[in-house]
Design a protein around this ligand. Structure first.
Ligand code: ZN
Length: 442
């Protein structure tokens, strides 16, 4: 779903980076046509590889996803420009002002109209993306259920987006020159609240959860063992099984929320397809994000980035309105239509900052891989093999191209490529003579 919306920019950009999926959801992988598999005749097999039929499908599917990713971003920006230039935004504003004299009414009417139009404009790409996920066996979700998810996303964005827009314009009117700073503070607080409540209030709207102990008490014991080696205690009633198999075929396990909402979530697909050892590694990786403070660090990092983006957004909105305000019929930053101008600037900035955000994320992901392998030492027999096999399984399940295009990897990958992670796992052994584990004494 591509809701080019303030709440999207704010909440999704930040929260998506937090509960990491082990890489099963690495956004895209492209094929360069470059084959870096072992040279002909070499007996050495790469740590991650696919049989020929799967490889061909993985290359095609990866290419589709990369194209969808870039076309989707480009279309998201272009549609905002078109809506402004064709004065559709001005018409929406006029309509909102005509319908209600009350600012709350105007805000929600304008938000609804904008959300409706952008959702419809994005629908063809969203439909195509879902259709491809079904064709390539990544999704098993029926169209009815998919549409219901889109509807729920729409309603949530409308309610929370509307409130944020109301707050934004209240701040803009109070502080015309410093709103980028004053709006940033409550925005960050809202992000913290969103990360806290999402696992409890939002996630159950889209997926079913049940206590892991009910179906797999042995796995609960195992995960507690891994947790204990890493020095964190997650009680069994905070471990949940998510019925992902109703919608997707990929596997995952993650730690999400914080404080009282902190929990472990294991997808049911993982239990049916991965061994307890592999789930331990996946879980260990996720635990690494927690133990190594990746969540607060990411919040601080994203916070500063967002502050910079808001400042550029403020300057950009002023400049654009001075240049094109007359043509767009948007006279000032106080006008509801200025929201679209701000979204335009933020969309461009968000695209340009992707490599920065993703490089930062890949660094954390690598550290979590190291942690995951170290934390299962002594619990599983061969951490190197288990980790490498986990990546093989993850890559195979999500049809990941073993040879992604380096440029797309740099720009769009939130995780290092599956090939490089598998290769690292296969050779990482700090328990040999003279080796030093990075995060554990032994
Ligand atoms: Zn991760």
């Amino acid at each position: 779903m591509r809701f080019r919306f303030l709440i999207f920019c704010l909440l999704v950009t930040l929260t998506m980076t937090l509960p990491c999926a082990l890489g099963a959801q690495t956004p895209s992988a492209a094929s360069s046509g470059r084959q870096v598999q072992s040279p002909a005749g070499s007996p050495e097999r790469p740590a991650y590889s696919l049989p020929p039929d799967k490889l061909a499908r993985a290359i095609k599917y990866s290419r589709i996803r990369v194209i969808l990713d870039f076309v989707g971003t480009g279309w998201g920006i272009l549609q905002l420009i078109l809506l402004l230039t064709l004065r559709v935004v001005a018409k929406m504003r006029n309509f909102a002002v005509r319908v209600s004299r009350n600012r709350w009414g105007q805000c929600f009417v304008f938000t609804f109209a904008l959300l409706l139009v952008t959702t419809v404009l994005n629908l063809p790409l969203d439909l195509y993306g879902q259709e491809m996920a079904r064709v390539y066996g990544q999704s098993v979700q029926g169209w009815g259920s998919w549409s219901w998810d889109v509807g729920k996303g729409f309603l949530l964005t409308f309610v929370f987006g509307g409130l944020l827009v109301m707050l934004l314009f209240w701040v803009i009117r109070r502080s015309p020159n410093r709103w980028w700073l004053w709006f940033w503070i409550p925005a960050m607080i809202l992000v913290l609240i969103a990360v806290f409540v999402a696992p409890v209030l939002i996630d159950p709207l889209f997926n079913k959860f049940e206590p892991l102990a009910r179906t797999d008490p042995a796995l609960v014991d195992r995960l507690e063992q891994v947790g204990a080696r890493g020095g964190i205690k997650i009680p069994p009633d905070r471990m949940f099984l998510m019925k992902a198999s109703e919608k997707v075929t990929t596997l995952n396990a993650y730690v999400t929320g914080y404080g009282a909402s902190k929990r472990v979530v294991v997808w049911d697909n993982s239990i049916s397809k991965a061994t307890p050892d592999e789930i331990s590694f996946i879980f260990g990786h996720e635990m690494g994000h927690y133990v190594l403070n990746h969540i607060p660090e990411t919040l601080v990092f994203s916070g500063f980035l967002l502050l910079g983006e808001f400042y550029v957004g403020y300057r950009g909105v002023r400049w654009l309105i001075a240049q094109y305000g007359q043509r767009w019929n948007i006279p000032s930053q106080n006008d509801w239509g200025a929201l679209v101008v701000l979204l335009l600037v933020l969309s461009v900035l968000s695209f340009l900052s992707e490599p920065i955000v993703n490089s930062y994320s890949r660094m954390h992901e690598h550290d979590a891989d190291v942690y995951g392998q170290e934390v299962i030492h002594g619990i599983v027999q061969d951490p190197q093999r288990v980790a490498q096999q986990s990546f093989q399984l993850l890559g195979e399940m999500s049809l990941t191209d073993p040879n992604p295009n380096p440029f797309f990897e740099f720009w769009t990958f939130s995780h290092p490529s599956v090939s490089s992670r598998a290769a690292f796992a296969a050779k990482y052994n700090p328990w040999v003579e003279g080796g030093h584990p990075k995060y554990f004494v032994k």
